[in-house]
Structure formats: C-alpha cells, structure tokens
Design a protein around this ligand. Structure first.
Ligand code: UTP
Length: 233
C-alpha cells in the first residue's frame, strides 16, 4: 500500500491563529510509525489567505496572489520537513520529478503548492499519480464532504460516499467563487479532473482529531465509516 496525505492548512493553525504544535507532533508520530505514507502535501491555511487578501487589497493580480499562497504552503512544508528529520526528503518537493526522486530514495516527499490556478489538493493528486499511490487521504477540519458548506449551513448533509458526478454538481452549484486565489475548495475543478483519470482511492477525513487518521490506517479504506469516500461511479 502506498499512501499520500494532504494536510489541510486549516489544521495547521488553531482558532487563535497560532501553529497547532500538538496536532503537528501527533501527525509526525503517525508518519514515523507508518511505512506506507510516502508523500505529504501541506496547505497554506489562514496565513496564506491573509497574505492573499492583503495582496488583493493592494491591487495584485490573481495569479500573483496564487504565488503568495504557494510560498506560504511551502513554508508549512518546510516546518514538517524539519520535524521529520532524516525520514523526509530534505527539500520541499516542487515538481513531479522531485516527487519521484524522493520516492526513489525512499524518503517521505513533502510538498506545498506547485502552480497558480489550482489547490494543494491538485498537487497531492499529481504526486499520487506520479509515484503510484493507491490510497490518498485528505485531512481537513470537517468530518467529510457535505452537500453545502457545513460551517455556514446547520442543515448540511454529510456523504459517506460521493461519486464524481455528485461532487461536480456541488462544485458547480457552490455560490463561493471557486477560482479566486485562496478560495480553491477541498475538491476544486482541477482536482476533480485529475481524480477522474486514475484509480487512486480517495477519502476525506477530519484531521483535527488525529485518532481518525490512526483508525483509518488500520481500517479497510473502502468500507471504513470515517469521513467520505470519493468514488468514480
Ligand atoms: P490551498 O488552498 O490548497 O491550501 O493553498 P489550504 O489552506 O490547505 O486549503 P484548504 O484547507 O484545503 O481549504 C493555498 C492557496 O495557494 C494557492 C491558491 O491560491 C490556494 O488557494 N495555490 C496552492 C496555488 O495557486 N497552486 C497550488 O498548486 C497550490
């Protein structure tokens, strides 16, 4: 089994906006004790969004704002590399070639963003494809994929399994602007297209409680009750 993980930026910071060092330490322990986790992609989180919103108010264009988000996600990646020590490939993964190199050297490859116009979910799918990952775990701060934003709607319904058609419907119907810098949602349109063209199993779970990740690593990935499984059909 080869596993890749997207570590959502929302997990990195606590409500006060400080780095959640406890959660990070728990996450690092899990990576250390698993032989199967081969790549982690860190998001930008609140810090990326702050830079992006300041930049936007200063008149900077969207693709340059994306570059700001990418830089911040790479700082977050560096933090994780520092914590993992020798287990990690020593530099931030910035391309598919880097990801393949890390894999060939049997190191955990840690990436942030790659290119403007997408999210770190797209990055983790690109890496997963390139190193033949079969299980991808997206760690977010919500319990799964909902029919609408659960943070804004009390009546939002969680899916145990969602197929690409249903997911596409949610992405297209969302009133939030999916294509602005800082606003690419958990599963953006680029990620969806990447997902459709491979056989990688993807499950989104809540990483605020690292117990979920521990449990999922022991569970059967397809039938687990944790989070939402994204299916092709
Ligand atoms: P993300 O939005 O992917 O990080 O990247 P996040 O904070 O973890 O997001 P959640 O928690 O999953 O919602 C931050 C920003 O960096 C830019 C985008 O502007 C994105 O919104 N980015 C990231 C890119 O332009 N390209 C990339 O490949 C990755």
């Amino acid at each position: 089994m080869v596993i890749a993980i997207k570590f959502g930026g929302s997990l990195l910071f606590n409500k006060k906006g400080d780095i959640d060092s406890n959660l990070l330490q728990n996450f690092v322990e899990i990576i250390k004790s698993s032989k199967n986790i081969k790549s982690v992609v860190t998001g930008g989180g609140i810090l990326a969004r702050k830079y992006i919103s300041y930049g936007r108010s200063l008149g900077i264009n969207e693709s340059y704002l994306d570059l700001l988000g990418i830089e911040i996600s790479r700082v977050n990646a560096r933090l994780l590399i520092g914590m993992l020590g020798n287990l990690a490939y020593p530099v931030v993964i910035k391309s598919i070639d880097d990801a393949k190199m890390a894999f060939a050297m049997n190191k955990v490859g840690i990436a942030g963003g790659f290119l403007p116009g997408q999210s770190t979910t797209s990055v983790v799918l690109q890496i997963a494809e390139s190193i033949n990952v079969n299980h991808l775990i997206i760690l977010s701060d919500v319990d799964g994929i909902y029919d609408k934003n659960p943070k804004l709607n009390d009546d939002a319904k969680k899916f145990n399994t969602i197929n690409t058609e249903e997911l596409e419907g949610i992405i297209l119907n969302s009133s939030e602007n999916q294509a602005s810098a800082g606003e690419y949602r958990i599963f953006d349109a680029v990620s969806l297209q990447l997902f459709k063209r491979n056989d990688i199993l993807v499950r989104l779970i809540n990483g605020k409680d690292m117990g979920n990740l521990k449990k999922l690593l022991k569970d059967d990935f397809q039938t687990s009750k944790i989070g939402t499984l994204i299916s092709k059909v």
